[in-house]
Design a binder for this molecule. Sequence first.
Ligand SMILES: *Cc1c(COP(=O)(O)O)cnc(C)c1O
Length: 224
Amino acid sequence: MTDIAANLAAIRARIEEATARAGRPPGSVTLVAVSKTHPQEAVIAALTAGQAVFGENRVQEAQAKFPGLRAAHPALRLHIIGGLQTNKARDAVRVADVIETIDRPKLAAAIAEAMGKEGRRPDCLVQVNTGDESQKSGVPRAEADAFIRAARDDHGLPVTGLMCIPPVDADPRPHFAYLRELAARHGLSVVSMGMSGDFEAAIAEGATHVRVGTAIFGHREVPA
Ligand SMILES: *Cc1c(COP(=O)(O)O)cnc(C)c1O
C-alpha cells in the first residue's frame, strides 16, 4: 500500500529544500496534490496528513470526490488542472476554487457566463502551451499576451496566474523560465508548473504552485 502521509512529508521536505536553494522565502511554494484516478480514501488520507490543496483533471471525478469533504475540511481547496469542454464550464465553476486551464476565447466566455449564473468566482489561470505542441491544450506562445489581456479585460475573469506542462522529452527549465517571465510581464502572482519529475527545477525557476501526483499517491492504474 502507498504510504501517502510519508510521501507527502518527503515531498514537502524536498519542496522546502528547493525553495531554500533558490533563495526564496520558506512556504512560498504551494503543493497541489494531484489525486486524479485515485479513490476518495486517498484524498482523505492526504487531508488527514495536513494536505489541503488538491488537483483533479476531470470535473466529473472532482464532483464525485470533493464536495462531500468540504464540511469536515474547510481549508480544502480544489484546482481543476485538466482540459475543459465548454459544456463543463458551469460544473467547473461550481466545484473548483481555482481553474488552471483557461486556454481559448470560447472557454473564457463560457466560464465568465457560468460565474455570473453561479455567483461564484474561482481564481483562473491561463494555460500556456509553452512547447507549441499540436496535440496539447494551452494557448500558443504567440497568442499568449493577447489572450491573457482578453481573459482579464474582455471576459472579466479573475486571472491570477499562468500554468504550463512542458514537452515530455525536453529540458523543462527554459519553459519554466518563459512562463515566469510571461507572468511577471502581466503582473500575475501565480505560476503553476512542475510535476513529480521536475518540481524542483520548477521551484528554481520561480514556481509558486507545483502539481504533484505520482510521487504522493503512487502510480495511476488507469490513464486520467
Ligand atoms: C497528472 C498531472 C499532474 C501530476 O503529474 P505526476 O507526474 O503524477 O506528478 C500535474 N499536472 C497536470 C496538468 C496533470 O494532468
